[in-house]
Design a binder for this molecule. Structure first.
Ligand code: NAD
Length: 439
């Protein structure tokens, strides 16, 4: 790969059914994180004025869309799912190019979008209300579902097709119109998605795309009095800001935020099975998943054999461009992410013992991307920073404990607790974990 010779394509906002430039007349680039010489395209640097136009378009389309019978809305979702399935490979390859996850995972990401579109298409025929007996004579008590209006959809880059679909499909089938602001790391994925939505038959103004910075486009969406509901997925820090601003306006809000997920491995665990699970969870998507296992809480009696397995298997993982079917681990999303991971590795060197990795991977072609070695620290304390804070990279903290009781305490000593798992052969312990783990 050499520096992109031809001028990269320029992409636009999608407002009221038209592809249009930003009022800022400025663009930003999206580059391939596996090879930053590869420019995916230039995208509109959106402004508050662009957001206002998108909201106006969404409001204008609102009455028509809410009066469209829900099963008919569902049919458009169904057509979208069919189109996405037809374009699955093209979408997956574009995703890997833009954000780096390996192609098998990118196919899974697209598939999740397809699945939710089919599911929500069906909801168009199941949008039940309730009828309940009234305590008053000669009164009829019932409820029906009504759209809120314009939904603001703000999404991260790590599941750049699945997450927008998880948010937009339910909003749309229930009769809301949408202003969609994707992450600036994945504007191409968002553009491809919206192209297919337009082709599927969503009428003009029902879906509007505005690309650009969180501080400008995101804030304008959150602050607008004309957006009644915000659906956000991203970091806890951004989520807190949005919650405060949206709360002040009494907006409806859905937040899916960060995680510090633990895998517990007890003395009686199948260590090979545990190793499979931990490797996939810690290093899949280069550790850039909200549910990535970034800490393993292990009974001391099996610490050595588990570490041995993890080290051997992680060392054998192949780093590279996710488009190569042989690649196990792709790049981090951008230079800032690589810096953040490197700084946590510095913290980890103070807090634990470095077992594997610990640096950027720069051999050969890797030098052109944001690659980082799969990294394992052992001897980490549950309250250490690398045992507590979301790193969002291929860094695993191994926390030794004694027995189930200590494991459960360590697992629960986190502010996030998004997901967790346990490896044990004792079914009673597994059920205790389901009761005790706070995730
Ligand atoms: P991020 O918070 O940096 O950005 C998410 C989105 O918010 C982007 O579109 C960004 O432009 C926008 N944004 C930034 N500042 C904003 C502001 N002031 N107002 C409105 N919008 C703003 O997160 P990211 O780096 O894109 O994604 C990674 C994070 O997402 C991780 O913390 C991960 O755990 C989390 N995540 C959570 C889930 C889940 O389901 N819980 C799923 C995937 C990712």
């Amino acid at each position: 790969m050499t520096e992109t010779a031809v001028e990269p394509p320029t992409f636009h906002h999608f407002i009221a059914g038209e592809w249009c430039p930003s009022t800022s007349a400025r663009t930003f680039e999206s580059r391939n994180p596996a090879d930053t010489r590869d420019v995916v395209g230039r995208f509109q640097q959106g402004t508050a004025a662009d957001v206002a136009m998108a909201i106006k378009a969404a409001e204008t389309a609102g009455p028509m869309w809410r009066r469209t019978p829900a099963p008919k809305r569902g049919e458009i979702l169904y057509a979208f799912a069919e189109l996405m399935a037809r374009h699955k490979e093209r979408l997956a390859r574009a995703m890997t190019r833009e954000m780096g996850k390996v192609i098998a995972e990118a196919r899974g990401d697209v598939q999740e979008g397809i699945d939710i579109a089919y599911l929500m298409a069906g909801e168009g025929r199941r949008m039940f209300g309730d009828t309940v007996p009234s305590e008053l004579p000669d009164k009829w008590a019932m409820s029906i579902r009504q759209p809120i209006g314009v939904a603001g959809i703000i999404t991260p880059w790590n599941f750049p097709m699945a997450i927008p679909c998880w948010k937009m499909m339910p909003a749309l089938v229930t009769g809301n119109t949408v202003v969609f602001k994707p992450s600036s790391d994945t504007p191409h994925c968002a553009t491809l998605l919206v192209e297919i939505m337009a082709e599927a038959g969503f009428p003009p103004g029902v879906v509007n795309l505005v690309t650009g910075a969180g501080a400008e486009v995101g804030d304008a969406i959150v602050d607008s009095p004309d957006i009644g509901v915000i659906s956000f997925t991203g970091s806890s820090a951004t989520g807190k800001r949005i919650a405060a601003r949206a709360g002040a306006k009494l907006k409806r809000l859905s937040l899916e935020l960060g995680g510090k997920n633990g895998v517990v491995v007890l003395a009686d665990a199948d260590l090979d099975l545990a190793t499979d699970g931990i490797l996939w969870s810690a290093f899949g998507t280069t550790g850039q998943r909200c549910t990535a296992a970034s800490r393993v809480i292990v009974d001391r009696t099996v610490l050595a054999p588990l570490l041995d397995r993890l080290e051997r298997r992680a060392r054998a993982l192949t780093l590279g461009d996710g488009l190569a079917e042989t690649t196990d681990v792709g790049p981090l999303i951008n230079a800032g992410a690589a810096d953040k991971v490197a700084s946590y590795v510095d913290v980890g060197r103070e807090e634990g013992e470095l077992i594997l990795g610990g640096g950027r991977a720069t051999d050969g072609d890797l030098a052109h991307g944001h690659f980082f070695q799969p990294t394992i620290f052992s001897g980490v304390g549950a309250m250490d920073r690398i045992g507590q804070e979301e790193i969002f990279g291929p860094v695993l903290a191994v926390i030794p404990v004694e027995g189930y009781g200590e494991a459960m305490l360590a697992l629960n000593q986190t502010r996030y607790g998004l997901s967790s798992s346990i490896f044990t052969r004792d079914v009673n312990t597994a059920f205790r974990a389901m009761r005790d783990f706070e995730t």
